[in-house]
Design a protein around this ligand. Structure first.
Ligand code: IPM
Ligand code: MG
Length: 365
């Protein structure tokens, strides 16, 4: 039996993870176990991730996480536990160095994008973010009036994430028939780690002759993402740049509430989670958008459990609920019920449960 560890976490995490569990239970037989992480674990155990939970994750076939964090645990005291340590500890502890964040606006949602339709149309990109190195994991500390965070990368760390990027580009190209392209993002005009990054990515690219590689400075990439998002295919970058650019890319789709992610190791279970955070302001109201977590479960089935047919079934069911006009409040941002596009029905604002039921129904159809 396939064993899935559920880590609901904080804020809207528990609502969207329990909705996703219902969806998965309709799809097949899974053995679930649930554990606290982040703020919930700080409340229960005084720290954001305990060894038992990390061990349970190691023993599982895949891990599905909601979100961590919230104002209750916000602190600038360097010695106090922080929810984010739970997530960072999982990534490090499971060796999840490759983070994949696909960005493809659902056709029914192009109007929800803050960009004009003609800009956003054709956007279909994948952010490949290095996840266990760089400034988030380097030495850091406080010394009186000073603080430091260190950014370090080794050639080996850059090589392995570069391969993930090139291979993802090849897979996407063979599915879609276009030339595979990788845009490697760095700050090589200032940072030494970026120069090592650029040099290494260029060298690894020689193993992937079919793939077109270009390099872009991160500030320019931030600009190009809003001016010409459709220009990107695979965007390969280091940890912090990937964190920032993936939120920016996610917003292109009209809602951060739509974007899934997969964090993968060379072996062992992957971790799958929505890109959005714990949204404490709407937690417990029954209005959280579960779709990014559904789509994360689809990534889990495809990348973590080798069940691609069920993955596609979830993706189609999500599209069909949206095409039917259903919108959680974050997606119904223009405040009208006008059809999202010609030929589509009027939009109906719904909560988490109704959206979940609609997707489950579409699965069966
Ligand atoms: C993300 C989040 C995390 C990160 C935080 C919660 C530590 O923003 O997954 O992008 O920065 O990696
Ligand atoms: Mg982030």
């Amino acid at each position: 039996m396939t064993r899935i560890v559920l880590l609901p976490g904080d804020g809207i995490g528990p609502e969207i993870v329990s909705a996703t569990r219902r969806l998965l239970e309709r799809l097949g037989e899974f053995e679930f176990s649930e554990h606290p992480v982040g703020g919930a674990s700080i409340d229960a155990h005084g720290m954001a991730l305990i060894d038992e939970v990390l061990d349970a994750c190691r023993d599982a076939d895949a891990v599905l996480l909601g979100a961590v964090g919230g104002p209750k645990w916000d602190t600038t005291d360097p010695s106090a536990p922080r929810p984010e340590q739970g997530l960072l500890g999982l990534r490090k502890g499971l060796g999840l160095y490759a983070n994949l964040r696909p960005v493809r606006p659902s056709p029914a949602l192009v109007n929800a994008s803050p960009l004009r339709t003609e800009r956003i149309e054709g956007t279909d990109l994948l952010v490949v973010r290095e996840l266990t190195g760089g400034i988030y994991f380097g030495d850091s500390g406080r010394d009186g009036e000073k603080a430091h965070d260190t950014c370090e990368y080794s050639v080996a760390e850059v090589e392995r994430i570069a391969r993930v990027g090139f291979e993802a580009a090849e897979r996407r190209a063979s599915a879609g028939g276009q030339t595979p392209r990788v845009t490697s993002v760095d700050k090589a005009n200032v940072l030494e780690t970026s120069r090592l990054w650029r040099e290494t990515v260029t060298r690894v690219a020689r193993e992937y002759r079919e793939v077109e590689l270009d390099h872009m400075l991160v500030d320019n990439a931030a600009m190009q993402l809003v001016s010409h998002p459709a220009h990107f295919d695979v965007l390969l970058t280091e940890n912090m740049f990937g964190d920032i650019l993936s939120d920016e890319s996610a917003m292109l789709t009209g809602s951060l509430g739509m974007l899934p992610s997969a964090s993968l190791a060379d072996s062992g279970p992957g971790l799958f989670e929505p890109v959005h955070g714990s949204a404490p302001d709407i937690a417990g109201q029954g209005i959280a958008n579960p779709l990014a977590t559904f789509l994360s479960a689809a990534m889990m089935l495809r990348h973590g459990l080798d069940r691609p047919d069920e993955a596609s079934a979830i993706e189609r069911a999500v599209d069909s609920a949206l095409e039917g006009g259903l919108r959680t409040p974050d997606l119904a941002s223009d405040g009208t019920t006008r059809p999202a596009a010609p030929g589509l029905p009027e939009q109906i604002e719904v909560g988490t449960d109704e959206m979940t039921e609609a997707v489950i129904e579409a699965l069966a159809a």
